[in-house]
Ligand binder design. Structure first.
Ligand SMILES: C[S@@+](CC[C@H](N)C(=O)[O-])C[C@H]1O[C@@H](n2cnc3c(N)ncnc32)[C@H](O)[C@@H]1O
Length: 186
């Protein structure tokens, strides 16, 4: 597994460079760095999580500029990572990264709402062919209704583990999961 190497305003992982951004900062990606909207401590938790789970089939909900997608792909080096994003947008830095990948291991599906269960399941079916998901990371709407919809669509059908950024620190294993969790923790 690749290891994160920290710089003053971001980090490197494999051959990729990442810039950490916050609200109000310059979020452009013209310097070739992958823009990621997560603090250092959260990235360190993802690094530990992925090291421990070694997920082969993953879904990410909500990608913004795509930096988190590249992070997860570099950390896990999965058989397949499917990223879902509600907006239709062009992300040249992410596109360049995908072009350089040797296999069809990363797919980004734009224009899909995490709450649209039928489109979400269709996209995941198409990309993963019915294989169980090892990890779902939800950093999309952060709203209860939408989060619950995608949780119910993906977790009950496929996932062994779900990690939601809005509840960072909670890794929810299937046996422990109840719908009450989502209600309580919001
Ligand atoms: C917090 S940003 C994601 C940040 C990114 N994961 C990162 O770490 O750099 C949330 C993203 O979710 C997308 N989003 C918001 N609501 C959504 C929904 N209902 N379904 C899918 N994506 C959604 C937004 O367009 C935005 O790109």
């Amino acid at each position: 597994m690749n290891r994160v190497s920290w710089h003053s305003d971001g980090f490197s992982l494999g051959d990729e460079t990442f810039r950490i951004v916050k609200f109000g900062m310059n979020h452009d990606e013209t310097d070739g760095a992958h823009v990621i909207f997560k603090p250092r401590w959260m990235i360190q938790r993802y690094e530990a999580l992925i090291k421990s789970l070694k997920p082969a089939h993953m879904v990410e909900l909500g990608i913004y500029k795509g930096g988190s997608t590249v992070l997860f792909h570099e950390l896990a080096q999965p058989k397949k990572l499917t990223a879902i994003e509600i907006e239709q947008k062009s992300l040249p830095t992410l596109e360049k990264y995908i072009e350089g990948l040797p296999a069809n291991s990363l797919k980004v599906c734009f224009g899909i709402n995490q709450a649209d269960k039928s489109r979400l399941v269709a996209a995941v079916d198409q990309e993963h062919g019915g294989t169980a998901l090892d990890l779902v990371i939800d950093d999309a709407s952060h709203y209860l209704e939408e989060t619950t919809q995608s949780f119910n669509a993906l977790f009950h059908s496929y996932a062994k583990a779900v990690f939601t950024s809005s509840k960072i620190g909670r890794l929810v294993m299937k046996s422990q999961m109840t719908s009450a969790f989502l209600t309580k923790s919001h």
